[in-house]
Design a protein around this ligand. Sequence first.
Ligand code: URP
Ligand code: ZN
Ligand code: ZN
Ligand code: ZN
Length: 484
Amino acid sequence: MTTVIKGGTIVTADLTYKADVKIDGGKIIEIGPNLSGDTTLDAAGCYIMPGGIDPHVHLEMPFMGTYSADDFESGTRAALAGGTTMVVDFCLPDPGQSLLDALKRWDNKATRANCDYSFHMSVTWWGEQVFNEMKAVVAHHGINTFKHFMAYKGALMVNDDEMFASFQRCAELGALPLVHAENGDVVAAMQQKLMDEGNDGPEGHAYSRPPSVEGEATNRAIIIADMAGVPLYVVHTSCEQSHEAIRRARQNGMRVYGEPLIQHLTLDESEYFNKDWDHSARRVMSPPFRNKQHQDSLWAGLASGSLQVVATDHCAFTTDQKRTGLGDFRKIPNGTGGLEDRMPMLWTYGVATGRITMNEFVAVTSTNIAKILNIYPRKGAILVGADADLVVWDPKRSKTISAKSQQSSIDYNVFEGKEVTGLPRYTLTRGVVAVEESLMKTQEGHGQFVKREPFQAVNKALSTWKELTAPRKVERTGIPASGV
Ligand code: URP
Ligand code: ZN
Ligand code: ZN
Ligand code: ZN
């Protein structure tokens, strides 16, 4: 059975042109004019784009004494509703737990996924076992990325020596380290001070995590990655200080990537000063939302190429879960939703305002991360042979974002009331229509794990350069006589 998407304009990261797309067996088999097939999807007036890839989600994540409320079923349903056709979640071993045991848990959870998915492995503790198992994770489990939390002291945080050891291991294995960059020691001290002074509300969360705390950690991670000879991916880059460190490193020839979130691009710190405790607590995430100057910096980074990816860090908690932190902001589970809203919000606030082009939209929602994760052009491309993960995007369809009509299982939406124009007419996951306008046709369990090979081209180039410039003993001829 073949499907043809007809009458639309293909938009990729580098091209815009009119053509039909023919699909068979979950793959794109032909691109060209006047194609026909067994089923036709009408794309008149629409753009046909690679489905979004969200490389930063936490579905059913064990965190801060609870579990994030969206699991792989509701989370991937929300993704597809918004035009995202692949998500990458973070496998989180408990302290002392085998990485491979933790992976079994994640494999089980993800069997419910409606779209394709992959995992990053988190390095939450350090030891010989972790060192050894990292190799198996890469070689046998198709995972080429390792996440390091520089924050969450006493829980997920790793220290600089552990990070350096892990980054060196990543270099050997051809893997890419990721960092959550905030100075966890300073944050913990500032949190305590705020609590001692009676600042126990959600605004204390923002006060305890200023931009400089993020900028310092980003810079430190960049230096450690450079010493280890490995590329680096900085998740949820939220402020100018962090962006500046990434920009400077890139100008100095380092391979560093930055990932702003749609929340940081479109919501600001005033949310934490709302008189309604629930309103502010629902928006508590790390790093916190920033002011307009930081938002402008992030938009400029996307336009200029110093920042490469827009993600969500989707980690949704219900109002009840958030209320665990009444009287102590440190106990408010950190995280917000966003999977369903990333693409419509970025289109509305980015493409429709002229901040970014349509092609840049495709680059930052799909193609760039597919290349970084080494799954391009299977994902992130409209090419013959690529997976038919596609979104038929109607630039005229609009809606008002509301928790009442969302797929996520939580009881609110941080973008509540925002008007968005630009929504999927169809979302296809490996050729299967999962969304038709507002009609959900997702199939639980349709999603498959996407294996990712190590030694992406950038890893190879960097290790060649590091090898060439490695310290070498100087063989000397004129050796002075001993004792002189
Ligand atoms: O607040 C956040 N971002 N929660 C999810 C975990 C993380 O730090 O990415
Ligand atoms: Zn294995
Ligand atoms: Zn994080
Ligand atoms: Zn995260």
